[in-house]
Design a protein around this ligand. Sequence first.
Ligand code: NAD
Length: 327
Amino acid sequence: MARTAVVAGGAGFLGSHLCERLLADGWGVVCVDNFSTGDPQNVAHLADEHGFRLIEADVCEGPLAVEGEVTAVLNLASPASPVDYLELPLETLRVGSEGTRHLLDLAREKNARFVLASTSETYGDPLVHPQPESYWGNVNPIGPRSVYDEAKRYAEALTMAYRRTHGVDTGIVRIFNTYGPRMRAHDGRAVPTFIRQALAGEPITVAGDGSQTRSLCYVSDLVDGLVRMAGHTLAGPVNLGNQEEISMLRLAEWIRELTASPSAIARVPRPVDDPSVRRPDTTRAREDLDWRPTFSTARGLAETVAWFQSLSRGERGALQLTGAEDL
Ligand code: NAD
């Protein structure tokens, strides 16, 4: 019988790619989203695919009623970019706590595998580099970013408590910065911001001196890791991310080269509690999930720049035009 996945947050950036991949692998998909930071247009092209259902619902509002058998519940529902979670601080805390609890209850009711999309932000401004899963992190619990970091840390604790107390088959992945087509041009994350600015010929705004680093994972690689985790019994947490680490200044220069942009590089203040370094130790993902990223940063950035360029030329089909009005 076909496997069915409930993808909460399925109309978002990562969620929509995950829905696509699961359908391609023969899964039925129930996409649940309240469209707070996602967009139904992200999954509109899947509407006629066999086995796809879209439910508009806020996962915080109560237990989800899903008909039939469910094999896996994947919880990606949460504002994820700093612009979004700083605008939606209480909603972010609530979806990490109440929302996660309702989805865990659904997994328990259906005897399904539960996968939590946690984040490298649980490591905060790390004092260990690169970050292994055994590192407990360095998070400011009361700073502006804490609404996201602590919501995810609570969601991890709740997930483990359901595993220990109720025997739910749970898995936690800690996602490091992921990028690719369908990101919103104004979501505030470095890759879409730099590309938008470069394409518009505006100054590319690098925070601080730009020496802070990130490790950027291309979306299809990340989705592959999520699918492997859904089909496994591993509890995790498991880091998913690319190990190529680059400074934000280098990223800005790289995007300027790729877009042949005349943009200058401008300095803006560093956000409060902005991590200085970020690189995953992915030994566990490699050994336990046989997962490794296949896209180099060079290839992933080229793909993403090409997507934004075609978007700005209006070459994409209407179904993929999310964000076009922003460019
Ligand atoms: P996104 O904002 O594009 O997607 C989040 C989705 O969740 C949106 O469609 C939004 O409408 C939905 N959502 C939010 N609150 C909801 C609620 N109460 N009920 C139902 N749906 C709700 O962000 P994304 O980058 O695709 O991130 C997806 C998940 O992956 C998030 O949980 C995020 O924390 C995690 N993550 C992403 C990254 C990354 O680099 N993209 C890194 C670490 C973790």
